[in-house]
Design a protein around this ligand. Structure first.
Ligand SMILES: Nc1ncnc2c1ncn2[C@@H]1O[C@H](COP(=O)(O)OP(=O)(O)OP(=O)(O)O)[C@@H](O)[C@H]1O
Ligand SMILES: [Mg+2]
Length: 241
């Protein structure tokens, strides 16, 4: 075990980034400790997805630093970041609809040169809903099951950390429950640290160790899930009263 065997896993320090000439993140700072579920909430257009994309190397940081497992990853491309143990589940288009469930999982293992079957079986055990459908094209599944496939695909490389962008978006209330339970299972059973963006702020904070509120590309408030749920301003702005 390294000196980072416990404690800080991801550190985002004063990150500035954007698209073209347009600065979207004006210096965002956050961290995720090993074993945590941390939620990033805030209004539409606040820059939540941009934070995730900047961490994952899809959007270059103009300044500031991203450190993972004790090493800077700020300037690395996504495929290098994946190799270091971070998997990303995008908000949309996170599966290959014409491929079967199993083929989607195989795609998730593309960087592995060892035998990925044992991990695939562990994933089917974690997500029994998709195990029964392994020969079905993923595009034929319900929204909730497609999200399970996306989780499973991201898990194929046995990541230390998952970046989830709005995993419950567009799903029916009962399915939303299932998705949040699944996130908790991935965290507790598989021991994966999670940074999650969510519109469903109340539910997200209920399962999160800590959370950050982002407004206009800047940190607004941070605290434990419980603190943020009890915060009057946050309640009024983001939790529906
Ligand atoms: N590829 C892009 N090119 C140009 N501008 C972009 C691009 N992606 C996002 N933006 C802009 O950056 C800002 C932040 O977008 P971002 O998607 O990070 O917000 P968000 O907090 O995830 O919002 P939402 O809750 O709607 O998902 C928005 O003004 C958006 O229009
Ligand atoms: Mg977004």
């Amino acid at each position: 075990m390294t000196e980072n065997g416990s404690g800080r896993l991801l550190e985002v320090a004063d990150v500035v980034s954007g698209y073209g000439e347009m600065e979207i993140l004006h210096g965002v700072t956050l961290h995720v400790d090993r074993g945590e579920i941390v939620s990033l909430i805030g209004p539409n257009g606040a820059g939540k997805s941009t934070v995730i994309k900047t961490i994952f190397g899809l959007v270059p940081a103009w300044s500031g630093q991203v450190v993972f497992d004790g090493e800077p990853i700020t300037a690395l491309p996504p495929e290098q970041i994946v190799r270091r143990g971070i998997s990303y589940v995008p908000q949309v288009e996170n599966i290959f609809p014409s491929l079967t469930v199993e083929e989607n999982l195989e795609m998730g293992a593309y960087l592995r040169e060892d035998d990925f079957r044992p991990q695939m079986e562990r994933i089917y055990q974690m997500f029994p809903e998709i195990a029964d459908r392994r020969r079905t094209p993923a595009g034929k599944l319900s929204g909730g099951m497609r999200q399970m496939v996306a989780f499973g695909r991201a898990m194929m490389l046995e990541p230390q950390m998952l970046l989830l962008d709005e995993p419950s978006a567009g799903l029916a209330p009962l399915v939303v429950e299932l998705i949040f339970e699944t996130v908790v299972n991935i965290n507790r059973q598989a021991g994966v640290t999670i940074l999650m963006v969510e519109q469903n702020a109340r539910k997200a904070l209920e399962i999160s160790h800590r959370g950050y509120v982002l407004v206009d590309g800047r940190n607004r408030v941070e605290g434990t899930g419980r603190e943020l749920l009890a915060n009057e301003e946050i309640g009024r702005l983001f939790l529906g009263g």
